[in-house]
Design a protein around this ligand. Structure first.
Ligand SMILES: [Zn+2]
Length: 198
């Protein structure tokens, strides 16, 4: 039996994404035997990151200052908004290097089984942007799984209005997966091969 502080630390670490019980225990055992200055630095870094990072009030990206650098960049094409599920998806598309428009983070996908309804997503915020910004095209860049399909179709219907093109990427994306699994070339092709939904 391990001392309680170690089991408590293990339990806390096991709540992190991608950390299973065995890895959590290994990290906990490492930390309690590490130099205390190293552990203090890790704890300080964790807190500082959490305290300094917020969501961009416009697009929902993770940022230190809001509006974020992309929303604030007048050289980017404000007539195109790429809609993604998660804030990290912006990084995937930015890495592909060719997209020069703006972004909007939905914060999830419609999934009645998981209790995620349209109202839980940042769709109202997107509608406000359509009213206020000179947007001519929405590129829906959600995964190709069932929820991604359902959410894309819902968005296309709800956002439809005169003078707005709504397209969806998908061409070449691995079936049933999210953007994080696509490499840069695939994402580039998916963006270029986007298809108009309406
Ligand atoms: Zn932003």
């Amino acid at each position: 039996m391990l001392p309680e502080p170690i089991t408590a630390l293990t339990a806390a670490l096991a709540k992190l994404p991608g950390v299973g019980p065995r890895s959590a225990e290994r990290i906990a055992l490492h930390l309690v035997q590490a130099d205390s200055a190293v552990v203090r630095h890790l704890a300080d870094t964790l807190l500082a990151a959490r305290e300094r990072i917020r969501f961009c009030e416009i697009c929902g990206a993770l940022t230190e200052k809001s509006p974020c650098a992309i929303c604030d960049d007048s050289r980017r094409d404000g007539s195109i908004i790429c809609v993604v599920e998660k804030a990290v998806d912006i990084l995937s598309i930015e890495k592909s290097g060719t997209y020069r428009g703006k972004f909007h983070v939905l914060g999830g996908k419609i999934s009645p089984l998981d209790g995620v309804e349209p109202d839980d997503l940042r769709i109202g915020e997107l509608e406000k942007r359509l009213a206020a910004e000179p947007v001519r095209e929405i590129i829906i860049a959600l995964g190709t799984d069932v929820e991604g399909d359902a959410t894309s179709n819902y968005l296309a219907k709800r956002l439809a209005r005169g003078g707005l093109k709504i397209s969806r990427i998908g061409f070449g994306l691995p079936a049933g997966s999210g953007l994080e699994f696509a490499d840069e070339l695939t994402l580039n092709r998916a963006l270029e091969g986007r298809r108009e939904m309406l």
